[in-house]
Design a protein. Structure first.
Lengths: 309, 448
């Protein structure tokens, strides 16, 4: 490297320039860089700018300073309502989904002839889960004349419940849908489980530890890095949930299922208040960033890394 | 250490990218949910080929239901077979998704060449310069208006220039299930009062057990204000409570009645979408809609449904029912092929062959000669619509001025407040106190 800098500059051909190790690397990541700039960085900066404007989507934006943020915090009760709904959804759906994912991963970790098949089957819902088709399927299942009520009727339970219409049950139909999509976390848990050394279990068994003890004393601590990763991953996913609320319930009843993203969308495109929508988006960036930061700060307390132990 | 570094970087990267995706997410979801053929992307490619090969591509988009989608596509196919140099790409969505999508397209400067436009949105889109002036095509004869009544052209005109051609007239109506009404032994008058509706609903529930829907939408608000001798948006802009007091009191009275469909079932059924209206599976015996939706609702329900006018007040100050020039077609100002788009519009409104296929699904054809020719061919269901619109036109009073900006948000607010009353979380007085000032604020904000 030093030699290179010392030699006097002379003209190089394009190919020579491109072939330099330093340049070649950038050339290889160029497709990503272009995509990142065009579809992420620039729109993000623009949206930050728009968040300080009154931007009726059909007119030109007008700069209004922090007015959107002021309205959001002090002049829009619905904003806090949807924020609460989204927090509630995240608070329940994320831990429950992780518990579900871990439970199924524990079942599937043993290699049998069919384990590959089962893994694929359980992964399927998380691929199709956020699709419109599944949303509509869910809507039909929980309809008052749907499958869920029919099943309840067979076992003799009350079967005339409008799950999607009651203020106390509607959000839970969406949470259940979220739990059902545990596949991707499950796969990560599976690989985490496989990395735990068998010798630890053998030693524990010799010492007389039972299954529950082994789970809490070995499996769980050893899995904490995986749990940590899954938790952050799913937390962000939870805040981004959109389709469920938009298709299945449209935020009904009484806005108890109106997710933050859907309200943001409504403001931006239905009410044509794009500036306000952008401000909402940036508040969400702040909240999710903050929560992620908090999780990172607390990881010393509970995340166990083998190398350090 | 290695593992930790990996987990940390992965998590951080994920956080950054997924958050960044939020902004763009909304738009992609929009196209997903609509299930529409996404012709927007193909537009640019098509435009260039048009310039090169002489073939013109037009984009046409509308909101609607399955019946409308089917007939419109059929008509478009016929036009393309007669005009091989024109290629028409169609997009359709349901009502609410349509306006979300259209505003995003307008902001991006790529409105479809021909857009279906509504009376309530015409103002906003014209004011922001999105719509082409059709007057020049009318004066050159590219769009023949000789057989279209002057009042129709006027309804799509702003400041003396025509920006939209109505494809038909509609009127708000109440539907009822003939079999259930007959079973209950009641007769439905041409137009009932709210009190009559209340009594009839009660009788029907006692005799047959079928429940009643009371419309909680903005149409009913407008009707109530009109019956009270005023106009909804005039009152809301001024912050006046008079009509809204009547509206929410009636709302509460119906919400509390045993015969009303329960709030939770109604939330599930979603009467905003033609295909899931509660009358279709007999969850209720009545429903409220605009006359152009009648054909689709009847076909979905698979039975003949009775029609009566929207109810009025017992001591109404004015006849609230109105004719609504509806289903406008406009040409986008950004269109590169306005001339061809105008030709298509002309064919769509003035040719018998097009209307033979469309069969008044969007409303009675505005071309009087075409209407006369179509009428005998229309099936029995469409005949009902013809008859109803004719009946309304005898008593109708002029329609409200086009809705102001902010209408969409006021409508959503109205639904929220109505739901609060339905679920028993708010009284009529609470509702008025919440709705009127908030609506005023929204309208002021939107007018800026």
């Amino acid at each position: 490297m030093k030699n290179n800098q010392m030699t006097p500059k002379r003209k190089e051909t394009l190919v020579q320039v491109l072939n330099k190790p330093k340049v070649a690397g950038y050339v290889f990541i160029l497709p990503f860089i272009i995509g990142f700039l065009a579809f992420l960085a620039v729109p993000m900066i623009l949206s930050l700018g728009f968040s300080f404007t009154r931007y009726n989507i059909l007119k030109t934006p007008v700069f209004i300073g922090l007015e959107n943020y002021r309205t959001m915090f002090f002049g829009d009760p619905k904003f806090w309502k949807v924020f609460g709904v989204t927090m509630y959804y995240v608070l329940f759906s994320v831990p429950l989904r992780l518990i579900m994912a871990l439970a199924v991963a524990m079942l599937l970790v043993k290699s049998t002839k069919l384990s590959g098949f089962y893994r694929a089957v359980y992964y399927l819902p998380s691929i199709i889960g956020s699709s419109v088709a599944v949303a509509i399927l869910w809507k039909r299942m929980f309809a008052s004349d749907g499958v869920i009520n029919a099943l309840l009727k067979i076992v003799g339970l009350p079967s005339d419940i409008a799950w999607l219409g009651r203020t106390d049950t509607a959000i839970w139909t969406l949470i259940i849908l979220a739990i059902w999509q545990f596949g991707s976390s499950m796969l990560i848990f599976l690989s985490g489980l496989k990395q735990i050394s068998v010798s630890l279990y053998e030693a524990a068994t010799v010492d007389g530890a039972n299954g529950i003890q082994r789970f809490f004393k070995i499996t769980l601590p050893m899995l904490t890095p995986t749990i940590f990763f899954n938790l952050i991953n799913q937390l962000i996913n939870g805040f981004m949930a959109f389709t469920q609320s938009y298709i299945i319930t449209q935020g009904k009843p009484r806005d108890t299922t109106l997710f933050y993203t859907v309200y943001m969308y409504q403001n931006s495109f239905t009410y044509n208040k794009l500036g306000y929508g952008c401000a909402m988006a940036w508040f969400m960036v702040f909240v999710v960033g903050l929560l992620t930061l908090v999780l990172f700060k607390t990881q010393k307390k509970w995340v166990h890394y083998e190398a350090e132990g | 250490m290695k593992k930790r570094l990996l987990a940390t970087t992965l998590a951080a990267l994920l956080a950054a990218t997924s958050l960044a995706a939020c902004g763009s997410k909304t738009e992609t979801k929009d196209t997903q949910t609509t299930g529409a053929t996404s012709a927007a992307e193909t537009t640019k490619a098509a435009d260039t080929t048009a310039a090169a090969g002489g073939k013109v591509t037009l984009n046409l988009s509308w909101w609607g239901n399955q019946t409308r989608n089917d007939v419109t596509k059929k008509a478009v196919d016929l036009y393309m077979s007669q005009n091989p140099n024109v290629d028409i790409k169609v997009e359709f969505t349901d009502w609410s998704g349509y306006w979300d999508k259209l505003s995003a397209m307008a902001a991006g400067g790529n409105l479809p060449d021909i857009v279906q436009m509504d009376y309530s949105y015409l103002n906003q889109y014209q004011k922001s310069g999105q719509l082409a002036d059709l007057s020049e095509f009318i004066s050159t004869g590219a769009i023949d208006t000789t057989k279209i009544p002057e009042s129709i052209i006027e309804s799509g005109s702003i400041d003396g220039k025509c920006y939209a051609i109505s494809l038909g007239s509609n009127a708000p109506m109440m539907l009822y299930d003939k079999a259930i009404v007959e079973k209950a032994g009641v007769t439905i008058p041409d137009q009932m009062t709210m009190d009559q509706l209340y009594d009839i609903s009660k009788t029907i529930y006692e005799k047959t057990g079928t429940k009643t829907l009371y419309d909680g939408g903005i149409n009913m608000m407008q009707i109530m204000a009109r019956a009270n001798g005023s106009h909804l948006f005039d009152e809301l802009t001024a912050g006046k409570e008079d009509s809204m007091k009547i509206y929410f009191n009636t709302m509460e009275k119906f919400a509390k009645a045993d015969f009303s469909i329960s709030a939770d079932l109604l939330a599930e059924k979603n009467p905003d979408v033609v295909e899931t209206k509660p009358i279709i599976d007999s969850s209720t015996w009545n429903d409220f809609l605009l006359s152009n939706q009648y054909i689709s609702v009847s076909k979905t329900a698979g039975r003949d449904l009775g029609i009566t006018m929207f109810p009025t007040l017992t001591d109404a100050k004015a006849q609230p029912i109105y004719l609504k020039p509806s289903m406008f077609f406009s040409i986008a100002e950004s269109s590169k092929n306005k001339e061809e788009a105008a030709k298509f519009l002309d064919w769509f409104t003035n040719s018998t062959e097009a209307n033979d296929i469309l069969l008044a699904e969007r409303g009675i054809p505005v071309n009087s000669a075409v209407a006369d020719e179509i009428k005998p061919k229309a099936d029995e269901i469409a005949q009902h619509v013809f008859d109803y619109v004719a009946k309304v036109s005898e008593v109708a009073t002029p329609i409200d001025a086009p809705d102001p900006s902010g209408k969409g948000e006021v409508e959503a607010l109205g639904k929220t407040v109505v739901e609060a009353v339905r679920y028993g979380d708010a009284t009529a007085d609470d509702a008025v106190a919440q709705f009127v000032p908030e609506a005023k604020r929204i309208l002021e904000e939107a007018a800026k």
